[in-house]
Design a protein around this ligand. Structure first.
Ligand SMILES: [Zn+2]
Length: 371
């Protein structure tokens, strides 16, 4: 992530940690140097409190390439699987649900971008002379998209929809209430899968987005039948949808409708896999109980993030139960000018991580046996 020092507020810099009231500004303060620092300091505190031992063995992995698609992370997990063998992954990234509420999440949605192209002929042809004689790629593409997702954002293709919303996921989400900040857009409550709450739609279900769509020249339309049309769509998906089969499923669906002129191809972005530790896994209850004891608050349990992280390197390749405890908050401006950490979240994060690591030395083995 670039620093863009000129875009930061007067007196702030991406390169110098600057404290202003409750906020600690700097690039990576929230994502992710601050979060690593909290976890390492909490380990040090437990090490000291136990007189020079943690009470468990630990391996620390700091991933430096996550913003660039984690080059090498999956290969490393494969080649070093013996060295990285463990009972549980405890990691930190991303925001809490709110600044006030400690949060645990168990995985992330997957993501894949797909290009849809209709390329019928060379060059445009005058719509007066040719309109009615030539198939229009824009019309075909609009209909192709409409066959994938309806006007309310409901996904129409079975292979692109989750099989189910598991009871344990629904139960966890019933305790989550999204509260957009003052500068956030309004949630469209009628958008997406009917019968689901907004929280279930973003954390428990798939979403298909049209990211871009072009035919002809939108800035200066010509009276011509355009020769081609192109759109990029994106599927965010939960566990149960295989990202590697999405392109194939879309093409098969279009072929079956007689729209084989539309070609579905994987766009350049990497495919992120969907992951989610079962919310009923003993490690989950263990972590929630520890955090509740330390903070006196009921932590939010997110079955998975709405966004995407390469958690499959840990959950699938290494086969670890994955517990993520984020130490940032939604207004932290990660990746943007004025990125900052909140002192109150740092302080609570230090306490709850020290508690979690201390408890790991006390009753971690019990969670391991039950898992
Ligand atoms: Zn980031």
């Amino acid at each position: 992530v670039m620093g863009n020092p000129n875009d930061w507020r007067e007196g702030l810099s991406p390169w110098t940690l600057t404290e202003v009231g409750e906020r600690w500004y700097g690039r990576g303060a929230a994502d992710n140097k601050g979060q690593h620092a909290i976890n390492i300091a909490a380990l040090a505190a437990v090490h000291k409190a136990r007189g020079g031992s943690l009470g468990f063995n630990t391996k620390i992995l700091i991933e430096m390439g996550e913003e660039a698609g984690s080059p090498g992370l999956h290969a490393l997990a494969r080649s070093e699987s013996a060295a990285l063998k463990a009972d549980v992954l405890i990691a930190s990234d991303g925001p809490r649900l709110s600044a006030e509420r400690p949060t645990v999440f168990l995985g992330s949605r997957g993501a894949i971008n797909v290009d849809l192209t209709v390329n019928l002929r060379e060059g445009g042809h005058h719509s007066g002379n040719w309109g009615g004689l030539l198939a229009n790629p824009g019309t075909i593409l609009a209909n192709a998209i409409a066959s994938l997702v309806d006007k309310n954002g409901v996904i129409l293709v079975e292979a692109l929809r989750p099989k189910e919303l598991p009871a344990a996921v629904r139960e966890a989400l019933s305790d989550i209430h999204l509260a957009p900040g003052p500068s956030d857009p309004h949630i469209d409550r009628d958008w997406g899968e009917p019968g689901l709450t907004p929280e279930e739609r973003v954390f428990g279900w798939n979403a298909l987005e049209v990211l871009a769509f072009e035919t002809g020249n939108p800035k200066s339309p010509l009276n011509a039948v355009p020769p081609q049309a192109k759109a990029t769509i994106q599927l965010r998906f939960v566990v149960g949808t295989d990202g590697k089969k999405v392109v194939e499923a879309i093409q098969a669906h279009l072929d079956a409708l007689g729209m084989s002129q539309v070609k579905a191809t994987s766009a350049r972005m990497d495919i992120f896999a969907a992951t989610r530790l079962d919310p009923t896994d003993p490690w989950v209850g263990w972590a929630l109980a520890s955090i509740a004891r330390t903070t006196g608050k009921k932590p939010a349990l997110l079955p998975n993030l709405g966004g995407s992280i390469p958690n499959d390197a840990f959950s699938e390749i290494l086969g670890l139960p994955t517990l993520w405890v984020p130490h940032s908050y939604p207004g932290c401006s990660q990746h943007a000018p004025n990125e900052h950490m909140l002192a109150s979240v740092v302080e609570e994060g230090l306490r709850l991580m020290a508690g979690l690591f201390f408890d790991l030395g006390e009753d971690g083995p019990r969670a391991r046996r039950e898992a």
